[in-house]
Design a protein around this ligand. Structure first.
Ligand code: ACO
Length: 428
């Protein structure tokens, strides 16, 4: 497998200048390995008395990072230099976790050792099981996860010293290992079934499936097709540069908060329908449309600004081209439905919707393409997950990205507490 090694020269001595209030401010221009240059505005306020204004951070780089690279115009996603398509085809999720956390794919020995570290931490403190009973049975599993993950710091004090590398590494392993257990417990609680303990003889995705779908009264066999599909879904969602939930984790962590609290903040952010809740929203939308004959009417509503209807699973803040993850997800969708012999009318609706949208001027002009969530709901439903578990599954997959980014931030000598400024506007 080949990693992209970057082709640009390091920082140059180029500067950008800004004439503001008759003062000329010169700002350094910094170059990354690939991707757009950045103008370092760190001294702008001191030298000009002005802030930059960028709601939604559409033109703002908040950090430098070695973890993930996205070229939204070209539809490229790299984890530590490796294209997502290659990783989805040739690696498993745990290898990708190692890659994100350590910077390179593991050797066989490194993999075995890492697998051992992760499986050692898959159980949660037995007392944590009592937390679940404090929630209503009909609580959304994401609500439960926000609470339970936040509570981890009260159980694992021995890995909350963020200045100690050993603590940071153990906290990272704990997060990756325990998140599937917590998500599965939230699911089991919501359907009134007993919790199923992790099985360390199973691979990561298979273990998660058995914790979700096994019951104590009969044997459970993991379907390898389903396990492979879930593993791939987790790879596709493992990291995505400085997205909203990752930036939330970084911002929470910038104050020195412990990693468990930071990940709980990330889960809260991920829950929103514009972010991790989108696959749930996309599936609901497909159900609402119901049949291919209803698509033209739906598209008409999407184009009418007064209706306030969006084509869920379409569009992305960064991708202005086909999301490379969506391509893999579409293939996975056909594979799973085909191998499980499931005929899902919603897949027909999704494919026709995609075909129409990709040829429609409205979507072409706005560069709106399917994103990773357009097909993932159909796959997850075919596997047997209820809609309420879609976002928790995303959280399970993204945890490694969050923790890798958190760790990178703590170890970054440029790191400061995140403290944006504002444009104050008087009421009235
Ligand atoms: N359907 C219809 N029109 C859309 C859509 C959509 N899904 N997305 C954007 N547009 C239109 C907007 O109406 C706007 O039109 P205008 O310029 O005429 O006002 C234009 O495209 C730009 O939209 P913004 O909201 O400014 O784009 P932004 O980059 O901020 O939004 C977002 C990105 C939030 C993902 C948006 O495309 C969206 O809401 N998509 C649907 C939700 C979704 O699928 N989210 C998942 C993201 S992937 C992930 O989190 C894993």
């Amino acid at each position: 497998m080949n990693a992209h090694d970057g082709s640009k020269a390091p920082d140059s001595d180029r500067t950008a200048s800004l004439l503001i209030n008759n003062v000329q401010v010169k700002m350094p221009v910094r170059s990354g390995s690939i991707g757009p240059d950045v103008i370092d505005v760190g001294r702008l306020y001191r030298e000009s008395g002005c802030f930059t204004y960028d709601p939604g951070f559409t033109s703002t780089a908040n950090c430098s990072s070695k973890i993930t690279y996205i070229d939204g115009e070209e539809g490229i996603l790299l984890y530590r230099g490796y294209p997502i398509e290659q990783l989805a085809k040739s690696s498993n999720f745990l290898e990708v976790c190692y890659l994100l956390l350590n910077g390179e794919l593991p050797t066989e020995t490194q993999y075995k050792e890492f697998d051992g570290h992760i499986t050692r931490h898959t159980m949660v403190h037995e007392q944590m099981t009592r937390f679940f009973t404090g929630f209503r049975r009909d609580a959304h599993p994401m609500a439960v996860m926000c609470g339970v993950v936040g509570a981890l710091s009260s159980f694992y004090h021995d890995s909350t010293d963020i200045h100690d590398l050993k603590h940071r590494v153990i906290a990272s392993h704990r997060m990756v290992a325990k998140m599937p257990t917590i998500a599965a417990m939230a699911f089991k609680y919501s359907i009134g079934q007993p919790f199923i303990y992790p099985r360390n003889d199973l691979e990561f995705a298979s273990n998660f499936l058995q914790m979700c779908f096994a019951v104590p009264c009969e044997p459970y066999e993991v379907d390898p097709v389903v396990a492979k599909a879930l593993d791939r879904i987790m790879i596709l969602h493992a990291d995505h540069e400085q997205n909203a939930s990752t930036s939330t984790v970084r911002l929470a962590g910038s104050s020195g908060a412990n990693p468990f609290a930071c990940i709980a903040a990330g889960i809260a952010c991920l829950w929103g329908p514009a972010h991790g809740g989108a696959n749930e929203a996309a599936l609901k939308m497909l159900e609402e449309i119901g049949h291919v004959r209803n698509i033209p009417e739906f598209i008409k509503r999407v184009k009418d600004k007064n209706e306030g209807v969006r084509l869920m699973g379409f569009g992305h803040r960064v991708y202005k081209n086909y999301d490379p993850r969506a391509k893999v997800m579409q293939e996975t969708c056909h594979e799973v439905l085909g191998k499980l012999g499931i005929k899902d009318d919603l897949l027909d609706v999704a494919m026709e919707l995609e075909r129409i949208a990709l040829h429609d001027d409205y979507f072409i002009e706005k560069k709106l393409y399917p994103n990773v969530d357009f097909y993932s709901g159909i796959v997850l439903r075919a596997i047997g997950f209820p809609v309420s578990m879609f976002t928790p599954l995303f959280a399970v997959s993204r945890t490694v990205g969050w923790i890798a980014q958190w760790k990178e931030m703590i170890e970054d000598p440029e790191q400061k507490i995140g403290r944006p400024r504002q444009l104050y506007v008087k009421r009235g």
